[in-house]
Design a protein around this ligand. Sequence first.
Ligand code: PLP
Length: 421
Amino acid sequence: MELEQLKFLSPEEVRSIANEFGTPVYVYSQSEIEKRCDIALLFPNEYGFTARYAMKANPNSTILKIMRKKGIHIDASSIYEVERALVIGFKPEEIMLTSQELSPNLKSIIEKGIFYNACSLHQLEAYGKLFPGKEVSIRINPGLGSGATQKTDVGGATSSFGIWHEYMDEVKKIREKYNLKITKVHTHIGSGSDPEVWRAVSRYTLEYAEMFPECTTVNLGGGFKVGRMLDEKTTDLQKIGQPAKELFIEFYKKHGRKLRLEIEPGTHMIALCGSIISRVVDKVNTGSKGFEFIKLDTGMDSNTRPSLYGSRHPLVTVAANGDTPSNMKDYVVVGHCCESGDIFTQKEGGAPETRTMLEANIGDLIVMEGTGAYCAGMSTKNYNSYPETAEVLVQSNGKPVLIRKRQELTQIMQNEIGIEV
Ligand SMILES: *Cc1c(COP(=O)(O)O)cnc(C)c1O
């Protein structure tokens, strides 16, 4: 049986980072992030291209700065992300806001020069009222979706994201009423999408571009799969992009309009560039008919994905004493939170599942791979009052540096107002 391997760290680096910065700790690789940016920037296109990073995947400022240097733009999913990107140094025109929530501060955000992607008829109407005659993008729910799980599927009739495709007449009415220019159409159908579905959606999206003669740009969203586990595949952007590029050429031949392409990957750009180093704090078993459990010094407060989606991450044993373990064991690997759902090896729905891995003893290190995306930025942080996990970047020269400190108790409590009782 083939075991999961470390993705970018060596066992020596794992031990030395654990000793220097303590555990648990997120570790990111600058050179891996830069490689991913290069892959995104080479996406096939014919008439101009912009790659936006869906910063909700991991909003650490150092990571954003690496991407900015590479020429990547931003997909922001709230006005807070917009503000965060501006603080880091992105120019307003490099940011597009695609949000479920219509912010009361929309006016000031747009006045700064942020491009707006209207995700509902209500949002489009509100934008039109504030900015008659202005350019805008619309997010369309094309009626089909695709995601690795129901929870990451954001297209189709069960999804609230975007303007339902049957309401284009309503869109046109709002456009006329406020003289809006729909210069961009946008679809994003889900995380971990099937390449076939993605291709079909590209075709539909161009049909929306056709409906609006002023449209110059088509944004096809993100959702490109990555293979965290050995049995999962990473979407080849060259392969998936080629047929999309041909659709753009066809469109030009038919309509005489050269459409610019945008994509906005999150996962694909960062998921495999991050790991969590944790330590085994305990081992228990539930008898001869039960399971052998190993407990880590981290949990859903650093990676909620297994409990939220049943998603799997490689778990690689690194012996603390430098030995190379050779015995294989079947473990259920659990987190440190007092919550029965805090299991790293579970099926979608929550039933524990065993994982075959190299034997680990108390004090040994376990590296959880594929944790660059939707972990540090999306976790049940501070549950059980565990502090926010520190983040380390292995720089291009191989030197690890701290890019976010471990939180302190005073920081966890800092916004509480302790009244006398
Ligand atoms: C989350 C999101 C993305 C990125 O999704 P990934 O699966 O991480 O690639 C892209 N566009 C929008 C609008 C999103 O909300």
